[in-house]
Design a protein around this ligand. Structure first.
Ligand code: HEC
Length: 172
């Protein structure tokens, strides 16, 4: 009787080791949604391209936006960008599934601050070569590109939470 119990435990352990463990590892890989080596090295390559294109201007701060600028930016975002980037900017728009590379997630602080503001502005105008992110130079004026970036910058999760927080308090 005792031996049988031990056998059962052994079988359970085997099941855990060979079935559950690999599943949880694969699930974890999927969770990472392409944050693996390939993705990071692509982003690093893009970053060095941006630094080369922009030179010393890479880290220049953006002019401070007015509330109207952000509102105008949101209209541009909902017209041209949500198909891929999604309404909330998570990179889950209706077109995203059929794209060969995943649109950036603007709500994830690590992703959304990886490139400098000027770098992102350059991307909005010129696109990222060999990806579905095309440049919008011919469609948007420089001013509109800046405004849509202002809006994109408000989508960072922590930042929005803070704003809501502040707003909640200002009503007290
Ligand atoms: C056809 C799909 C598509 C559309 C439409 C699109 N994007 Fe993108 N975007 C992408 C993809 C894919 C990437 C990731 C490119 C890469 O792999 O480097 C990206 C990357 C970016 C990045 C750089 C990553 C980051 O986090 O800063 C910015 C900024 C950006 N998009 C802004 C915009 C804006 C603003 C618009 C609308 C004017 C727009 N995109 C429209 C697909 C799209």
């Amino acid at each position: 009787m005792k031996r049988e119990t031990n056998d059962k435990i052994f079988v359970l352990l085997l099941i855990f080791a060979f079935v559950l463990l690999p599943i949880s590892v694969t699930a974890h890989d999927k969770d990472q949604g392409g944050h693996g080596g390939m993705h990071m090295s692509h982003m690093n390559e893009v970053k060095s391209m941006l630094k080369k294109e922009l030179g010393e201007r890479y880290n220049d701060p953006l002019p401070t936006p007015l509330k109207e600028d952000i509102e105008a930016g949101s209209k541009i975002f909902f017209t041209y960008c949500t198909a891929c980037h999604g309404k909330s900017g998570k990179g889950d728009g209706p077109a995203a599934k059929s794209l060969p590379s995943k649109p950036a997630n603007f709500t994830d602080p690590a992703h959304a601050t990886f490139y400098s503001d000027q770098g992102r502005l350059w991307i909005i105008k010129n696109g990222v070569p060999n990806t579905p992110m095309t440049g919008w130079k011919g469609v948007l004026t420089d001013d509109e590109a800046l405004k849509v970036l202002y809006y994109v910058k408000t989508l960072i999760k922590g930042k929005n939470d803070n704003m809501d927080h502040k707003r909640a308090h200002s009503h007290e």
